[in-house]
Design a protein around this ligand. Structure first.
Ligand SMILES: NC(=O)C1=CN([C@@H]2O[C@H](COP(=O)(O)OP(=O)(O)OC[C@H]3O[C@@H](n4cnc5c(N)ncnc54)[C@H](O)[C@@H]3O)[C@@H](O)[C@H]2O)C=CC1
Ligand SMILES: O=C(O)C(=O)Cc1ccc(O)cc1
Length: 296
């Protein structure tokens, strides 16, 4: 048999792609928790979670779901955190770990820390793994394998709680790094949030073209535009909340990108071959490095 489960009871608030993937991993390995409790907001999600059978118990009320849990992980859009925290805070078990999987981390401290009960350990986390799909059907237990999960524990967090959450993500197959929330928010603004902003925008720009052109865009979409549409197919509420909760970092990266894109445009206008070649070569080099690190 494998390792003893890390937790007696794991509670996941939100049962979509990420919550559903953690639950499936816990159930499949038996190494994460003896019992997995899942809370979801809508009746249809609750019913679907029951049908899919990846939780031992399904609760509509998040306050009831967190009762007695050793570890509670918020797996909802980051804009919902403050409301969820207000509901669950009085019901968290003393000594429990409170974590999350949100794509922004400064906002997590802002929304969770003020209501954190004495004796509950806050260890925010962000798995750098996902897809454009959402909802309870979209999760799978191998989602986190070989991918990084970033932990952003606030200063002074109990090292034992950090070690336990580290171990949980290790048992999900992830590699783990720790950093502060501000650094995290800058890093993800460039590697994740800006690419999504660009994808949503380019689809909109193409859609603004005339009916005739739009037809040809969709008809002849080769891999470039197609790759953007995959990203642009992502969940609306999740991405609305990401942009609204990582404002300064996204705006800073967007400003830098806009400057660089304008320089590229200028080089095209003035036929500056060397500049254009340099940009393309740099992109190819980064792609090669990613493939060599098996991240592509
Ligand atoms: N989708 C991705 O690729 C990744 C997402 N994340 C983060 O994980 C979190 C969850 O995302 P997914 O699992 O992809 O989303 P999802 O849309 O698949 O699931 C979200 C869950 O939250 C519930 N929910 C939505 N709004 C709510 C609200 N206002 N109050 C309570 N519950 C609510 C939904 O019913 C659903 O159960 C988000 O914070 C997101 O930023 C992190 C890494 C990757
Ligand atoms: O599907 C993709 O390309 C992603 O970029 C998945 C993803 C989305 C959001 C995150 O915070 C982390 C990973």
């Amino acid at each position: 048999m494998g390792a003893e489960p890390l937790f007696d009871r794991l509670c996941l608030i939100g049962a979509g792609l990420i919550g559903g993937s953690i639950a499936r991993r816990a159930r499949e390995t038996g190494a994460i928790a003896r019992e997995v409790v899942v809370s979801a907001r809508s009746a249809s999600t609750l019913a679907r979670v029951r049908e899919l059978g990846f939780a031992d118990r399904v609760e509509e009320d998040p306050a009831q779901a967190v009762e007695g849990a050793d570890c509670v992980i918020l797996c909802v859009p980051v804009g919902a955190y403050a409301g969820v925290m207000a509901q669950i805070a009085p019901h968290l078990k003393p000594g429990a770990i409170l974590s999350d999987v949100g794509s922004t981390k400064g906002s997590v401290l802002r929304d969770l820390q003020p209501l954190l009960p004495e004796g509950v350990h806050l260890v925010p986390a962000h798995p750098m793994a996902g897809t454009e799909f959402s909802g309870p059907d979209s999760g799978f237990s191998a989602l986190f394998e070989g991918r990084y999960t970033i932990l952003t524990p606030p200063e002074g967090t109990d090292p034992a709680a950090i070690a336990t959450l580290r171990e949980m993500w290790h048992r999900c197959g992830a590699m783990i790094e720790c950093m502060d929330a501000a650094t995290h928010d800058k890093v993800v603004a460039i590697v994740s949030h800006l690419p999504h902003l660009i994808a949503f925008t380019i689809c909109g720009t193409a859609d603004d073209l005339s009916e005739e052109t739009r037809e040809s865009v969709l008809k002849f979409a080769a891999s470039g535009f197609r790759d953007f549409t995959r990203i642009a197919g992502s969940d609306v509420a999740m991405w609305r909340d990401v942009f609204l909760n990582n404002r300064p970092a996204v705006l800073e990266m967007l400003a830098r990108f806009t400057e660089d894109a304008q320089a590229f445009g200028r080089a095209i206008r003035w036929g500056q071959e060397d500049f254009i070649v340099d940009r393309i070569e740099r992109g190819r080099k980064i792609r090669k490095e990613l493939i060599e690190h098996k991240q592509a």
